[in-house]
Design a protein around this ligand. Structure first.
Ligand code: 13P
Length: 262
């Protein structure tokens, strides 16, 4: 019922609900749950106009979910394509869903480069997420060299085409544009560059999923901070942020969230 009303609202207004997502990467001990607790408390002070998500290391998914309340979503950073089996050290989407994850980041550039995860594998991971009832956040971005060669748009479209699921409800898919050279460097593309790439991603999503492609959220990621968030979030087809370093401290993360609901 609520879902139907949300869909009707979106159809009438053309609005897509912003998603402010934190990727803690390989940072987070039990003591870090204090920051998540602070985040849940601070969220109460803001209008419920944007979704908020933290993807901690998998060991913290269960305890974070237990203290998250209904405003903070909890996610994971990768998953295995299979549901279960002899895959030592891996976690399936089903296991992560059981632990309380409602989103999983797939195809992050650090997974692609450090673990050799290619787009076909990312697509399998995305399918696994949908099978388990989890929303995949599919990451895509160009290297500095590709940017210098003027290949940004082609690279993003080529990678994304191979990484997205063959069928997806718009509600259950998120795309994140993360230029590799902007991750953890303090460098950010110009607003025009972000608008161009997000526009190209939107066109591809509409080609692949027709009207539903208009509602798929496209996040920007790469050195997003409290100081540049408002500007970036105001760009057309930027429907949220995927934030690394600045998501580790509740104050910074909530300063970004504040710009999304202002
Ligand atoms: P930074 O915000 O630290 O640049 O990281 C971005 C990122 O990789 C999020 O997934």
């Amino acid at each position: 019922m609520l879902g139907e009303r949300t869909n009707l609202f979106k159809m009438v207004t053309g609005m897509v609900r912003t998603l402010i997502a934190g990727n803690w990467k390989m940072n987070g001990l039990k003591s870090s749950l204090e920051e998540a607790k602070k985040t849940t408390q601070m969220l109460q002070d803001f209008p419920d106009k944007a979704d908020c998500l933290i993807c901690p290391p998998s060991t913290l998914v269960v305890p974070m979910k237990e203290m998250a309340g209904d405003r903070l979503h909890v996610g994971a950073q990768s998953c295995h394509p299979e549901a279960s089996g002899a895959f030592t050290g891996d976690l399936s989407a089903e296991i992560l869903a059981d632990a309380g994850a409602s989103y999983v980041i797939v195809g992050h550039s650090e997974r692609r480069s450090e673990h050799g995860e290619r787009s076909a594998y990312v697509q399998e991971q995305a399918h696994a997420c949908l099978r388990a009832g989890i929303t995949p956040i599919i990451c895509v971005g160009e290297s500095y060299a590709q940017r210098q060669r003027g290949e940004t748009k082609d690279t993003v479209v080529r990678i994304l085409r191979k990484s997205v699921p063959t069928l997806a409800e718009s509600e259950t898919l998120v795309v994140a544009y993360e230029p590799l050279w902007a991750i953890g460097t303090g460098l950010v593309p110009s607003n025009e560059e972000i608008a161009t790439v997000h526009g190209v991603i939107r066109e591809l999503l509409i080609e692949l999923y027709q009207d539903r492609g208009r509602e798929i959220r496209i996040l920007y990621g790469g050195s997003m901070k409290p100081g540049n968030a408002a500007e970036i979030l105001a760009i057309e087809n930027v429907n949220g942020g995927l934030i690394g370093g600045a998501s580790l401290k509740a104050d910074d993360f909530m300063a970004i969230y504040a710009t999304a609901v202002a």
